[in-house]
Design a protein around this ligand. Structure first.
Ligand code: CTP
Length: 426
């Protein structure tokens, strides 16, 4: 997954000739999966029409602080941003930002946001090298803003020198690098803005409903060794768990995917730990359980392991070979006994009495929801790309879902998880 996927990037465009280059910046960010919004200063609209940015980003463009048809207020925009990029940043803008002047939507948003701010100064060389501008840049740097240095080359004023806006690909590379290195999603504060007089000016849907949540997803079958060559495993492909992990990540959660045996490729941009035995999986979960908000146990955990694992390959001798198996810990049950405020989701792959057995597991393991499926039905269960599942909730509600792809089912499961978070927190 691209590090920009699902990120909220707010671009502030000020009134410089390089504003046209920022159209490409917005376009590249959007193509990489980011949600892009743009604020333009009034002067910026002399260079590029707000409509251009609107078409490119698919979002309304905000210009004026008190416009009649204001789309989003400064607080909402400030809160929306995972990162605020100012490009091009004029000398006038740098001066205002450095001194806390907030006389338009962009400069007000800057004061209101807690998101990291990247600034791309772009102007004539003399203006850039002017001591006042240099002092302002120093102030902004000391305030923690990242200054993306201007490039050198032909300038719009006909001279050659420093002051060009860096190429769009270089600006985007800086932002991508930032998100690749700063993985954890920022918590969002407010989503509703009151305009006073009982009127709600705008409601910004939080685009990442699981932002700030830490979720463990397990997947695949565990491997229980018999000797150095052989093991006991099961038919789980891991696909269901991997899909859930990807959807939860897309919805803004910080995800740890703990995987047993699986044929799936390791997804990008989430924490990943490969394990073999049930005991190893248990330890991996418990190590992170304290700071985790939800666990989705899609793994097919072996209920038994070989009591005495042979140190050397077992040679064939007698007609019969007996392996003594001992019970593995029931991981989910253990998590359920120390559940706290967490949400626990289990799976029940059954071959008969689906709802009855699944319900029993929901109770015994103290779960909030169990995803039950009859693995003997065509289009459900192991190794298929589809599944037919029933979602059984703690309050007794049962949803019998139609046959759907595992990625669609993952989407449904993650949405139910979001509802449960809302219920618990509301
Ligand atoms: N599970 C677990 N630890 C185990 C066995 C299962 O955490 N030792 C979890 C699974 O990941 C799944 C749920 O418990 O989310 C139900 O697993 P399942 O194998 O269907 O049920 P069991 O409890 O093992 O019961 P049985 O095998 O008798 O059906």
């Amino acid at each position: 997954m691209n590090p920009l996927e699902g990120r909220n990037i707010l671009i502030g465009v000020t009134g410089g000739i390089a504003a046209y280059k920022v159209v490409e910046v917005a376009s590249r960010l959007k193509k990489s999966g980011a949600n892009v919004r743009v604020i333009m200063t009034k002067n910026a609209t002399e260079f590029v029409s707000p409509r251009t940015f609107q078409e490119i980003t698919g979002n309304p463009v905000s210009v004026e602080m008190f416009a009649e048809k204001i789309h989003v207020a400064h607080i909402a925009l400030a809160d929306f941003a995972d990162l605020l990029l100012i490009a091009p940043a004029t000398a006038n803008f740098l001066a205002k930002a450095a001194h806390g002047i907030a006389d338009d939507l962009l400069t007000t948003t800057i004061l209101a946001t807690t998101a990291p701010i990247f600034v791309c100064p772009s102007m004539n060389t003399n203006m850039l090298e002017n001591r006042v501008t240099q002092e302002n840049l120093k102030i902004l740097k000391n305030l923690g803003m990242k200054i993306i240095d201007s490039a050198s080359g032909n300038l719009a004023c006909g001279t050659i020198g420093k002051g060009r806006l860096p190429e769009p690909e270089d600006i985007c590379a800086e932002i991508e690098k930032f998100f690749a290195e700063n993985f954890v999603p920022r918590e969002k504060n407010s989503v509703e803005i009151s305009a006073g007089f009982g009127e709600v000016l705008t409601i910004v849907e939080n685009p990442l409903p699981l932002a700030g949540k830490r979720i463990i997803v397990t997947a695949g079958g565990t491997i229980e060794p018999i000797d150095p060559v052989r093991y006991i495993c099961n038919r789980s492909s891991g696909k269901m768990g991997y899909e859930i992990a990807k959807v939860a990540r897309k919805h803004g959660a910080e995800v740890l995917l703990i995987s047993g045996n699986s044929t799936e490729l390791q997804p990008e941009n989430l924490h990943f730990q490969k394990v073999e035995s049930a005991e190893e999986m248990r330890r991996a979960i418990l190590a992170e359980y304290e700071s985790t908000n939800a666990v989705i146990m899609a793994a097919a955990v072996s209920d038994y392991r070989v009591k005495n694992v042979a140190a050397q390959k077992i040679k064939k001798s007698d007609e019969n070979l007996t392996l003594e198996l001992v019970k593995n810990p029931d991981i989910l049950k253990e998590l359920g006994q120390n559940k706290g405020k967490r949400i626990l989701v289990g799976f029940a792959a059954e071959t008969e009495n689906l709802i009855e057995y699944a319900n029993k597991k929901l109770e015994e393991k103290n779960l909030d929801m169990i995803v039950a499926n009859n693995v003997t039905v065509e289009g459900a269960g192991f190794g298929t790309s589809t599944n037919i599942a029933s979602l059984i909730h703690r309050d007794g509600k049962i949803e019998n879902l139609p046959k759907m792809s595992k990625s669609e089912l993952a989407e449904q499961i993650v949405r139910r998880l979001e509802e449960k978070f809302l219920l618990k927190e509301g």
